[in-house]
Design a binder for this molecule. Structure first.
Ligand code: DGL
Length: 269
């Protein structure tokens, strides 16, 4: 029986798409969420800066003595990989779970990855997919503007802005004939309907949120770290800026609004 919390973090609100899946899969676990809303976006920054941010995010979370860390941010997972490796005993990031699911799903061996610019530059998804499936053809596309589309709440499948951005970003991946597409940024699962319509029904979308939550559950079980409590776990949220706007966006990501009283403002440097 291990009642220490699972700590989940992201550059902002996108990681709530992972938090939501973890809540569903492991309702009895105590969860801590940290969104670095003061420093978001990570995806447009240099690797050195992102690594520094990841180190300070971890230092903050370690104060809660978490039993497991979930890196619910594509950019922190890919660019911060060396820091995570050095600092965390038990953790999962979004790279392996998504790459494994994509390698399993593809029939024609052509896998697309959409992500932030920094994630794309790191080459981490591409390397992981090739490691699992050496004959895969990987096509990548930086799609940073999707982050803003989501943050603005333009996620409805009929939203003209979301549709126009998707058309532009996805055209080369469609031309390449990918049959599987990794949503390599934790904001993107919210645009599944728009992206799915643009890519076509035959293209399988891999949501980093669901795959990562599932991997975390399996890793926790394997390490004997699951809680055996029969009660619902506690949930605590921390942000480094803008409690009000965080609460507003929780509705979009979680399907329910987190009350202001349950979100704490912290300084993370
Ligand atoms: N959450 C980030 C990711 O998954 C996207 C937002 C950002 O650029 O920080 O890559």
């Amino acid at each position: 029986m291990n009642e220490a919390p699972i700590a989940i973090f992201d550059s902002g609100v996108g990681g709530l798409s992972v938090f939501r899946e973890i809540e569903k899969l492991m309702p009895n676990e105590n969860l801590i969420y940290f969104g670095d809303t003061a420093r978001v976006p990570y995806g447009t920054r240099s690797a050195e800066t992102i690594k520094k941010f990841v180190k300070s995010d971890l230092d903050f979370l370690f104060k809660f003595k978490p039993k497991f860390i979930v890196v619910a941010c594509g950019t922190a997972s890919c660019v911060g990989a060396p820091v995570l490796e050095a600092e965390c005993e038990h953790y999962t990031s979004v790279i392996s779970p998504s790459a494994i699911a994509a390698a399993k799903a593809t029939k024609n061996g052509k896998i697309g990855v959409i992500s932030t610019k920094a994630t794309l530059k790191s080459g981490a998804f591409e390397r992981k997919i090739k490691e699992i499936k050496p004959d895969a053809e990987v096509y990548t596309q930086a799609s940073q503007m999707f982050v803003n589309v989501v943050e603005n709440g333009w996620i409805d499948e009929d939203n003209e802005i979301a549709k126009a951005v998707a058309k532009e970003y996805l055209k080369d991946l469609k031309k390449a004939g990918v049959d599987t597409l990794i949503l390599g940024c934790t904001h993107f699962p919210l645009l599944s309907a728009v992206i799915g319509n643009e890519m076509g029904k035959e293209v399988k979308l891999i949501s980093s949120g669901y795959e990562t939550a599932l991997a975390a559950k399996m890793d926790l079980e394997k390490a004997g770290l699951r809680s055996t409590s029969k009660k619902p776990g506690t949930k605590r949220c921390f942000v480094s800026d803008g409690v009000d706007s965080f609460c507003e966006l929780t509705e979009l990501f979680l399907g329910h609004r987190v009350a202001k009283e349950n979100v704490e403002l912290v300084e993370v440097i």
